[in-house]
Each structure stands twice: as structure tokens, then as C-alpha cells.
Design a protein around this ligand. Structure first.
Ligand code: NDP
Length: 358
């Protein structure tokens, strides 16, 4: 039902249409930019639901977390099976052949099902990978977080400062993701990876279930921080978010228009591929300082849960592995694309994550 609701909004909410990157066959696909407005409509609907039923539906969500997680797991697996089987269809006469992901066409059914065989599976105008990437999971994460905060309020009569520290930044992160929705079109997930079980499960199940871990823990184990600890965690959250957001925006602005007013003062090197690489500003400090900001931001929310259990720090451990693996894949991609120019860039910007350290 949640998935269907967002599909309906995907089609009915007005928004501009943008084109994705040029595909191997020279084609560019259209994508609607209405994720944030879909979120706002969902928020207003949640407000109406609250007006009629009070906290009851939100408490139901918090109390049925495991059932919802199981349903999401089954749905994401069924969806992956559907796109895998459908990737073998024969195109109708005159239609473009099915475009497969380069890495998802090994011939090993288990691997191809896992990694994703078809690059951009679509049902009519519904681009399944793009839709799943930012909508049901990201918005589901917000719904779970709000439900857990309401659960705590219902139990304690107030929301603890630790809950605010965990939930508010995460909701802000989701809104930021939806606000910059079009940026997802240039990420590896959309341009390179097929849509298989990994992304279907990751988007629909893993993100909302695992990323809401801190709020879920705090709903049942409230933690109360001193004013100093609250301030320190809040400052860490804001500072790391700024590193994440400003570095990503700087590169996006540079890639959109290297002569734009916000980036024209930055130094760069020209490469034989035709692309330029920034060597000053955020990207002159470290080659993936955006990952550092993102990771520290997540750590701040883990710290909000205190030190009574290592369980809530699972997110930081997992996210570290994800970002290290992503960094490795991106370095391989850039080395392949820029060849000796990448070595030149690495000499100028030797650190990967923390300036002067690593
Ligand atoms: P990045 O935004 O880091 O982009 C990497 C690409 O940027 C490179 O392939 C290269 O592409 C270009 N680039 C690298 N160095 C330079 C430079 N010096 N100057 C100009 N361009 C350069 O990749 P991601 O998509 O992995 O990450 C985006 C954000 O999303 C990150 O902040 C990450 O933390 C976050 N993220 C969050 C996840 C989550 O689960 N919360 C999951 C994954 C990512 P080219 O030169 O070809 O343009």
C-alpha cells in the first residue's frame, strides 16, 4: 500500500522533468522531479490522519515494526525477482533492445539476480530504480522515526533530548536528499548498477529498517543527556552535515558550470578525458571529504543513544564499510577514466578522507 501510494504520487504530482545521463545507446531517459512534493503531500496526509485518529496509526507502526520489516523484505525480493525475469523479455517490433547493466549480465543467474541485470527497468513511465532509490525507503525511514518518537512520547509523556538529537537530523537528511533529488541521476547506482535484489532490498528494506535503529532503541530505552553533551552532539551533527552538503554542492556546481559564480575562483587540473578535476576548495582538502562528513553525521546520531549498548553503533560500522567500498569502487573508476591524470590529482591531493591524516 505504501509503495502504491507513492507510485500514484509519482504520476499525479506535477514537477519538472529532467534527463538522465547519456546511455550507451546514446539515449537519455526522462525523470520526474516530484519527490519532495510527494513527501509534503504525504506529510499533510499524515497530519489529516493524526487529526482523525490521533497517535493510534503511528503507535501501530512502532508496535508492528517487525511485521512491517518482514513485509518489506518479501516485497523487495518479489520486486527483484520480477525485474530479473522481465529482463529476458523480447522487445516488441521496432522498440529499443533491453539495456543490461555491464556487471549484471554474467550469465550466473544468482549473481545477476543479486546485482541487477537490467539497467533501467521501467513499467510505462515508472522508472523502478529511480523510484525505489529515494521514495518508499527514504520516506519510510521518516515515518518510522516519527512513529518511534511518538511511541516514546506516549510512554513517557515527553520526548527525550536524545530522541530529538537522533530524529531531527535524520529527517533533515531525508529532506535534503529529496531536495537534491536530481543529483541521484549521476550516481553510480543510477548510471552503472543494474536494478537487482541488492538495490531493491537496500532501498526498500535496509534503509528504513536499519537507519531508524537509533530512534527504535530510544523509543524503548530513553537516554537523557546533559546540556553540555547535547550541545556537543548537536554541534558535531551540524558541522559534519555542512562538510557533507557543502562539498557535494561544490562539486555539483562545478560539474554543472565550472564558470559559475560559486566555483569560478577554484583551481582545477585539465585532464585528457576532457573533464576537469578540482584541486582546491573542499576537493583540494581530501578526495572524498564528502564521505567523511556523511559518516561523522551518522556517528553523531549514534552518540545520541549513549554508551549502554554497542547495538546502535552498528549503523556507523556498517556505513564505514559501505563508504570504504564505495571509495574503492570510485577510485578504480576514476583511475580507469583519468589514467595518469588521476595520479597527478592524487599527488596534489594525497589524502582520501581527512586532510593531512589519511
Ligand atoms: P561522489 O559525490 O563522491 O562522486 C564521485 C565522483 O566525483 C567521481 O567519480 C568523479 O566523477 C567526481 N570527482 C571526483 N573527484 C573530483 C574532483 N576533484 N573534482 C571534480 N569531480 C570529481 O560519489 P557518491 O555518489 O558515491 O556520493 C555522493 C554522496 O552520497 C556522498 O556524500 C555519500 O556520502 C552519499 N551517499 C550516502 C549513502 C547513504 O546510504 N546514506 C550511500 C551512498 C552515498 P566524474 O569525474 O566522472 O564526474
Amino acid at each position: 500500500m505504501w509503495w502504491s501510494w507513492l507510485v500514484v504520487l509519482y504520476f499525479v504530482i506535477p514537477g519538472r522533468t529532467v534527463q538522465g545521463v547519456v546511455l550507451r545507446n546514446g539515449q537519455r531517459l526522462d525523470y520526474p522531479i516530484n519527490g519532495l512534493s510527494s513527501f509534503l503531500v504525504t506529510l499533510c496526509t499524515a497530519g489529516l490522519v493524526y487529526g482523525k485518529f490521533g497517535f493510534v496509526p503511528f503507535l501501530w507502526v512502532a508496535d508492528h515494526f517487525f511485521q512491517l520489516a518482514a513485509a518489506s523484505y518479501m516485497f523487495s525480493t518479489a520486486q527483484a525477482l520480477f525485474v530479473y525475469l522481465r529482463s529476458f523479455r523480447r522487445p516488441s517490433h521496432g522498440a529499443q533492445p533491453v539495456m543490461l547493466a555491464l556487471a549484471g549480465n554474467s550469465g550466473n543467474p544468482v549473481y545477476d539476480f543479486f546485482i541487477g541485470r537490467e539497467l533501467n527497468p521501467r513499467i510505462g513511465a515508472l522508472d523502478l530504480k529511480y523510484f525505489n532509490e529515494l521514495r518508499p525507503g527514504i520516506m519510510g525511514w521518516v515515518v518510522l522515526n516519527v512513529s518511534f518518537a511518538i511511541k516514546q512520547y506516549h510512554t513517557l509523556g515527553y520526548v527525550s533530548n536524545s530522541m530529538w538529537l537522533a530524529v531531527v537530523p535524520q529527517i533533515g537528511y531525508c529532506i535534503d536528499t529529496l531536495l537534491f533529488e536530481s543529483k541521484v541521476l549521476t550516481t553510480m547506482d543510477i548510471t552503472t548498477d543494474g536494478f537487482g535484489w541488492m538495490l531493491s532490498f537496500g532501498d526498500l528494506t535496509w534503509v528504513p529498517v536499519m537507519y531508524s535503529l537509533q530512534a527504535r532503541y530510544l523509543a524503548f530505552h530513553p537516554v537523557h543527556h546533559s546540556t553540555v553533551a547535547t550541545a556537543l552532539i548537536a554541534v558535531m551533527g551540524v558541522a559534519s552535515f555542512l562538510v557533507f552538503r557543502l562539498s557535494n554542492s561544490e562539486k555539483n556546481a562545478f560539474r554543472t558550470n565550472p564558470n559559475g559564480p560559486s566555483v569560478s575562483h577554484l583551481r582545477f587540473i585539465k585532464t585528457e578525458s576532457g573533464s576537469k578535476l578540482l584541486v582546491s576548495g573542499w576537493w583540494g582538502l581530501a578526495r572524498h571529504i564528502n564521505y567523511t562528513g556523511d559518516w561523522m553525521f551518522g556517528l553523531a546520531q549514534c552518540l545520541a543513544t549513549g554508551f549502554d549498548t554497542p547495538m546502535t553503533y552498528f549503523f556507523s560500522a556498517y556505513f564505514l564499510v559501505l563508504l570504504l567500498h564505495r571509495n574503492y569502487r570510485d577510485e578504480c573508476k576514476c583511475r580507469e577514466k583519468y589514467k595518469k591524470d588521476w595520479d597527478r590529482y592524487c599527488e596534489i591531493v594525497p589524502c582520501m578522507f581527512i586532510p593531512y591524516v589519511i
